[in-house]
Design a protein around this ligand. Structure first.
Ligand SMILES: [Zn+2]
Ligand SMILES: [Zn+2]
Length: 137
């Protein structure tokens, strides 16, 4: 898996550093859509010299080369990051503030063209109360 990350970075012409690989590795296994601060607090354990600015810069760079995407769904204006696997939509729970992946088949995305527009990407943001919080009532 690490080899694949390194290969992808090289293909995109990006310098491979252990910190960058660690951040990608973290995001790849992250199902919680972490914020930059959360990623930083994990990476610093492995790389004590890393700064929050480095984490931010790496995340920006990874977004530019389309390896990750930003999610701006939280009510607190926190930016969360998602490693791009299969395109999916996001559900934000207003109670526990967790972000869930949801799969909804989107006809517009499949037709590629909608009302004359060429659709290349579709992101859906849904907000409400998650299943867990509903049963906690
Ligand atoms: Zn919830
Ligand atoms: Zn996601």
């Amino acid at each position: 898996m690490i080899n694949k990350i390194i290969e992808t970075l090289k293909k995109k012409g990006v310098k491979v550093t252990p910190q960058r690989v660690a951040i990608i590795k973290y995001l790849e296994n992250d199902n919680d859509h972490s914020s930059a601060e959360q990623i930083y607090s994990r990476i610093i354990k492995e790389f004590p010299a890393v700064s929050l600015a480095t984490v931010y810069n790496t995340l920006e760079m990874l977004e530019e080369i389309n390896m990750i995407s930003k999610i701006k769904i939280s009510d607190d204006n926190i930016v969360n990051y998602d490693y791009q696997k299969i395109p999916h939509h996001h559900f934000y729970c207003k109670k526990c503030k967790k972000i869930y992946d949801i799969e909804i088949s989107c006809q517009i995305a499949q037709t590629k063209k909608f009302q004359g527009y060429i659709i290349e990407e579709v992101y859906g943001y849904f907000k409400g109360i998650c299943k867990k919080c509903q049963s906690n009532k």
